[in-house]
Design a protein around this ligand. Structure first.
Ligand code: ZN
Length: 249
């Protein structure tokens, strides 16, 4: 053993015990770091997964932590709304840029609007087809809904996957001469609404959510659905059955 080596070993023995143990101390601290990172990663992963599954599994989000809210009823409804499929893109037709309806609704809608116009009624289309993703945005991020719980929100807007607008058969109407009544109950006082009440049925349009509707959804005088084909009727059959049931009571 050279002098130098001896002196090194001497130096080691001079290191306080606590510091000599530091290598093993380091191992346990890195173990702790692994556990910490693992936990953080798992938490973030779980949050990421639940956010991304929201459109298809809105029920999970809606029911989480809330008793008696968001339970699907026996007839398939969630918060009063029936489930509806998304119309296939090939079945959609453009009314004007950014607004589409089901191709089977298109002609009846055009005819109805032109007859209304010939009678001096400016019947405008505010919204038609909405993808489930767009419905998700409306339901979850609308500013006015921020402070509302799901059950309150559902009275004025359907949860994604449960909107008649996804079918392409539903249309929201406005009166071109009274735009301040757009999406307002006061739309019922407009010439456009009064005209719809008298004439919409001729073109197979039905008011989806009249006052006191059995689905428990807020009165929406502007929201009408087209039922002029077997396919449309089939999709709205559960809603119509419920309406008939209420009338028979
Ligand atoms: Zn609507």
């Amino acid at each position: 053993m050279s002098k130098g080596e001896h002196s090194e070993s001497n130096n080691f023995s001079e290191i306080p015990l606590a510091r000599r143990l530091s290598p093993s101390g380091r191992i346990s601290s890195s173990k702790f770091r692994y556990v910490l990172f693992g936990t953080v990663f798992l938490t973030l992963f779980t949050v990421f997964i639940s956010i991304n599954l929201a459109p298809n599994q809105s029920i999970n989000i809606l029911t989480k932590g809330r008793k008696n809210i968001g339970k699907i009823s026996k007839d398939g409804r969630l918060l009063g709304h029936f489930p509806y499929p998304e119309a296939s893109t090939k079945n959609l037709k453009t009314v004007y840029p950014g607004l589409k309806v089901h191709k089977n609704t298109f002609n009846a809608l055009a005819k109805m609007r032109s007859v209304a116009a010939s009678e001096g009624i400016k019947l405008i289309v505010l919204s038609g087809y909405r993808s489930i993703n767009l419905q998700k945005e409306i339901f979850y991020s609308n500013k006015s809904f921020r402070n509302q719980i799901a059950i309150e929100r559902a009275k004025v807007s359907a949860p994604p996957g449960y909107s008649e607008h996804s079918t392409g058969y539903a249309v929201d109407f406005g009166d071109g001469t009274m735009r301040d009544t757009d999406f307002e109950v006061s739309f019922e006082k407009t010439p456009a609404f009064l005209w719809l009440q008298r004439n919409a049925a001729k073109y197979h349009f039905v008011l989806s959510f009249p006052k006191g509707n059995p689905q428990g959804i807020s009165y929406e005088p502007w929201h009408w659905r087209f039922e002029g084909t077997v396919e449309a009727l089939r999709q709205f059959e559960p809603a119509n059955k419920l309406q008939i049931k209420k009338r028979l009571k």
